[in-house]
Design a protein around this ligand. Structure first.
Ligand SMILES: [Fe+2]
Length: 457
């Protein structure tokens, strides 16, 4: 763990001290230990089985439901004790200090939620038929206080531990994502289950949490499977991209940027979520067919022979051959195969024109050409963004779909574009302008590259 600042240590100590003092003050008389034990176990299980969602960004735990049920059933002190059970969660990863802070944070948040419940007129104990709807508002207030206190306390520690190298922040604040709006909403959503558990307890006793949370655990398991599947997809696509870029180092990062540009266009035209995801994959894999093009042709810096040029023009078909069996690519396959078609019908491999060209391919073509122009190539330096936009406009309607050029330019104005660093081929010095001028074969993605008709291979 990185070294924490004095302010961070003071903050953590203050949170821990506040939690200990508030719980130690009691009162403990009349506290139903049965509820504390059952709900405490539920918190431990929830914390141990917290589900990590996509990209390691979001952790989904149902412990807030158990804490809020304890607010209703056992009041502030009992709720703080249930919250403190997070210390016993079996989740791997948190350091001792992180675990201590989290425990104090949950205990304090649950205590404050319990106080809010009482202050808003809530009655501690098993809710009965007459408790509704009166209990809803105190419960909603308690839920808001729990979530706000949780996220507020966590924000504090993240802010204080955010050093120049972020090391300590990473050590303590791996839950930094906890501050995300999505997690906030998920916590508030889980809060409703807390009231359900408390209300059902009078009917089925300690089985209430099981009845309420088992379906949620099952749903969470399904989400976890989906997240695992997504990780496998990302790894597959990443490995293929890596292979292409190893073979053709001048296009390093190109797949990523074409993917980003395609997503910008897709969002701009209001494409729905799953198609945006598919076009992201299409961007990553659009040139995967280069794996089927001889390396010496890809790396050749002089003029290509007709045969070599034909080999390059085959890459969309080769790409389709390589990835067609990957089920999740679906619509992305059409994008990969047709990303060099032109609106005027003079592209390849099929010579499709206008709307005959699949939408994904028309989107990819714009992002692909733009990134090619704004990146360094073996025969020229990177062109400025403004110049590349002018070039897209120039070829709009002949090479590119005008609607997608407009969409890309609009998205660019809003989001900007980071041009890549010039690539440095392994073992080679960076090419100077004289070297660049000496090399003549244009990248196949450059718009305006003269069309060559190849009669035979
Ligand atoms: Fe290509």
């Amino acid at each position: 763990m990185g070294k924490l600042s004095r302010a961070a240590l003071l903050y953590i100590s203050a949170v821990v001290a506040a939690a200990v003092v508030l719980v130690a003050r009691g009162p403990f008389t009349g506290l139903s230990w049965q509820y504390v034990v059952f709900l405490g176990i539920l918190v431990i299980v929830s914390e141990s089985r917290a589900t990590q969602l996509r990209k390691g960004q979001l952790t989904w735990s149902s412990s807030s439901a158990a804490m809020l049920a304890s607010v209703v059933l056992v009041g502030p002190v009992g709720a703080a004790m249930v919250g403190a059970c997070t210390a016993l969660g079996l989740r791997r990863g948190p350091s001792v200090l992180q675990r201590v802070f989290n425990t104090a944070m949950y205990a304090l948040s649950a205590y404050l939620a319990g106080r809010a419940f009482l202050a808003l007129g809530g009655q501690v104990g098993l809710p009965g038929e007459n408790s509704f709807p009166g209990i809803i508002w105190p419960f909603a207030g308690a839920a808001l206080v729990l979530v706000a206190a949780n996220h507020g306390l966590l924000s504090g520690v993240l802010w204080l531990t955010r050093g120049p190298d972020q090391g300590a922040a990473a050590a303590l604040g791996s839950q930094g994502v906890g501050l995300s709006g999505r997690l906030l909403l998920s916590d508030l959503g889980y809060a409703a289950y807390g009231l359900l558990i408390a209300a059902l307890w009078s009917v089925v006793g300690p089985f209430a949490p099981l009845l309420v949370l088992i379906p949620l655990f099952v749903a969470r398991w399904a989400v976890a499977q989906f997240a695992e599947q997504q990780k496998a997809y990302e790894a597959t696509v990443g490995a293929l991209c890596q292979a292409v870029e190893t073979k053709d180092f001048y296009t390093r990062g190109h797949s990523d940027r074409v993917s980003r540009g395609s997503v910008m266009i897709a969002r701009e035209i209001g494409m729905r979520g799953e198609r945006v995801e598919a076009i992201r994959y299409a961007g990553m894999l659009h040139d995967v067919g280069k794996l089927g093009v001889p390396t010496k042709v890809l790396r050749k810096t002089g003029t290509l022979t007709d045969q070599e040029y034909a080999a390059i023009q085959l890459h969309p078909m080769r790409g389709l051959d390589i990835v067609r069996e990957i089920g999740f690519l679906d619509e992305a396959l059409a994008g990969i195969m047709h990303h060099h078609e032109r609106i005027d019908g003079r592209g390849y491999p099929m010579g499709l024109a206008g709307e005959e060209i699949p939408e994904f391919a028309r989107v990819l073509a714009v992002a692909d050409a733009f990134d090619s122009m704004t990146s360094t190539r073996s025969y020229r330096g990177a062109r400025p963004v403004g110049e590349a936009v002018a070039e897209l406009r120039k070829w709009s309607g002949t090479q590119f779909d005008p609607a997608f050029v407009d969409a890309f330019v609009a998205a660019l104005r809003r989001e900007g574009w980071q041009r890549p660093e010039p690539p440095r081929p392994p073992g080679s010095p960076l090419l100077g302008s004289e070297d660049l001028a000496a090399l003549t074969e244009p990248d196949h993605d450059d718009p305006g590259t003269p069309l060559r008709v190849i009669d035979s291979l």
